[in-house]
Design a protein around this ligand. Structure first.
Ligand SMILES: *Cc1c(COP(=O)(O)O)cnc(C)c1O
Length: 408
């Protein structure tokens, strides 16, 4: 037996008991926000991958995953990477973001939208969202770009964000940015399966980042992708994702890159999951409808809107609670759900209110004091359990608990 002195290495049949995972049904009544939902094909895809010997972050399985993402999104060039955040980081590198450059994004988002840019020395600016979609407000953006253009201080990139499966109005945003020659990097991490003006999330941006993290609508068990209509941008991203090795028999580098490749093992899981994407959108949309019907008629309770130009994936079903007419505030409802073993989450805390960004520009309003729409959504918004495997009985528990909170 192989020995790592002084500890004997276990062989497969001697694996210690502690390696065995608890059965998945250990906590039957816990309701999670958005747990992974297996489609059934993952095991076969994994087995085929392991048996082929292609397990590294290269080879036929990641290539097939990239082709499947290109087909699902209609964006022709794709590089699969280790996470959505890695895809965003590569996107910023591909756009040649430099220290001191500005990056503009919607304030109602996850920190990962700008974290890589901030780590590269960029200055973020946070714009408000519009009430019709809860995503980046194109009118605010147009005004802010016009002001910045006049003073010659345009951002290096504009980063619209798809929120909970709701696309940003990418066609409109791209047209505005084109007037000023500012590239669009779409944070479509939560956008798989969502559509805007007849196109998939992220389509129409110079670059779009997707995530296959465990809580997303489909998952690779962790992973992401960067996609573009521009083959040269994705070739550069692929080069940077694999340590920026120049073509030479020895190791030759003209710049430094990253180790951001997606393992074949995870790509296999992602491939199996991607086949079910449209089913998952249908399931999540019907969960949203279930909430709409179950919570109908409650005073002060409303739902995340869906503009006429979009088809949301309803990745997360999200409600707003007006404490006055509902008779309880968002936190009271969240805690009541938690007491019943039901996980829910406040809407993103806007980035312009995060301590880490206390010195950043925000809002895009004439006085630079915007962000009020997003701040209100954070105050009142709650994401409800939305997993595509949520049962009718579980959803009835969520609905009943919320109804019990309503004093109206
Ligand atoms: C999930 C998510 C990310 C990060 O993706 P990872 O794969 O977890 O790195 C970035 N932005 C948004 C909006 C997300 O929802």
């Amino acid at each position: 037996m192989a020995r790592l002195w002084p500890i004997p290495l276990p062989t497969a049949h001697q694996a210690p008991l502690s390696w065995r995972l608890p059965p998945a049904e250990a906590k039957p009544d816990k309701v999670w926000l958005s747990p992974p939902h297996l489609v059934g094909g993952e095991m076969a895809a994994l087995q085929a991958t392991l048996e082929s010997g292609w397990v590294a972050p290269a080879g036929p399985v990641p290539e097939a995953f990239e082709a499947a993402i290109a087909e699902a999104t209609g964006i022709p060039h794709v590089v699969a990477v280790a996470s959505g955040t890695a895809a965003l980081h590569l996107g910023y590198r591909c756009l040649d973001l430099q220290p001191g450059d500005e990056v503009w994004t919607s304030t109602l988002t996850f920190v990962a939208s700008v974290a890589p840019a901030v780590q590269m020395g960029a200055k973020p600016r946070f714009l408000d969202v519009c009430p019709e979609s809860w995503t980046l407000d194109p009118n605010l953006l147009a005004d802010a770009l016009a002001r910045a253009g006049r003073t010659g201080r345009l951002p290096r990139a504009v980063v619209p964000v798809d929120l909970y499966g709701q696309c940003a109005d990418l066609g409109t945003i791209r047209a505005i940015c084109d007037r000023w020659g500012v590239p669009v990097l779409s944070d479509s991490a939560g956008g798989m399966g969502a559509r805007q003006r007849g196109r998939h999330a992220g389509a129409g941006a110079q670059l779009a980042a997707f995530s296959f993290n465990g809580n997303k609508i489909i998952t690779a068990g962790g992973g992401g992708a960067l996609a573009s209509e521009d083959a040269a941008l994705i070739a550069r991203a692929r080069h940077l994702a694999t340590q920026a090795k120049e073509p030479a028999p020895h190791y030759q580098h003209e710049t430094t890159g990253f180790s951001y490749g997606l393992s074949s093992v995870l790509a296999a899981v992602g491939l199996a999951q991607l086949a079910a994407l449209e089913d998952r959108v249908v399931a999540r949309r019907s969960i949203f409808e279930g909430y709409r019907q179950g919570l109908a008629g409650l005073p002060g309770l409303s739902f995340m809107p869906e503009p006429a130009w979009a088809r949301s994936s309803r990745w997360l079903s999200t409600i707003l609670i007006d404490p006055e007419s509902f008779g309880a505030d968002r936190e009271t409802v969240r805690r009541a759900l938690a007491d019943e073993g039901i996980e829910s989450r406040p809407v993103w805390k806007p980035l312009h209110l995060q301590p880490v960004f206390r010195n950043s520009a925000n809002g895009g309003g004439a006085k630079g004091s915007g962000g009020t729409v997003a701040a209100r959504l954070f105050e009142r918004g709650l994401c409800l359990p939305s997993g595509s495997a949520l049962s009718a009985a579980q959803q009835a528990r969520v609905v009943g608990t919320i109804r019990d909170c309503c004093a109206g």
